[in-house]
Design a protein around this ligand. Structure first.
Ligand SMILES: CC(C)(COP(=O)(O)OP(=O)(O)OC[C@H]1O[C@@H](n2cnc3c(N)ncnc32)[C@H](O)[C@@H]1OP(=O)(O)O)[C@@H](O)C(=O)NCCC(=O)NCCS
Length: 103
């Protein structure tokens, strides 16, 4: 369930020639920092196969897995529902030193 105390990431993509330079993780960390600051429950995403490695690296965990497959076809897409739950001990560290040190 997604409610007002959560953030849900909708669409995230980096142009191929600019990938692996930290752009997507910068955007995600902005949202993760907001979850800490606003004391929200969590931030969630439906991770594509390419996004899975990014979100795992950022500390998101799997809460469910969905397989999307057209009946009669072999090809299928696996999406993981993932969420990041802020660590309140980390929140104190963030508040004490005045900057976000999520990672
Ligand atoms: C997923 C995507 C948004 C990542 O964008 P990005 O700007 O390259 O991501 P970052 O540079 O911030 O990556 C941070 C870390 O995530 C991990 N990561 C990101 N992309 C990865 C990939 N393709 N394979 C393995 N690890 C990956 C790495 O640990 C990376 O750190 P490193 O480069 O130091 O090893 C990009 O590959 C993309 O646009 N893919 C197509 C669209 C898509 O699937 N979006 C996700 C929707 S849920």
């Amino acid at each position: 369930m997604i409610g007002p105390e959560q953030i849900h990431l909708q669409i995230l993509a980096t142009l191929p020639e600019f990938q692996r330079r930290g752009h997507a993780s910068s955007l995600c960390k902005w949202g993760m920092k907001l979850v800490h600051q606003e004391r929200l429950h969590d931030i969630s995403v439906m991770a594509s196969p390419m996004g899975y490695d990014l979100y795992t690296w950022l500390g998101f965990g799997i809460v469910g897995t969905f397989n999307i497959q057209v009946p009669g076809e072999e090809e299928r897409l696996t999406l993981h529902a993932m969420k990041y739950v802020p660590d309140m001990k980390l929140l104190r560290v963030v508040a004490d030193n005045g900057q976000c040190a999520l990672m």
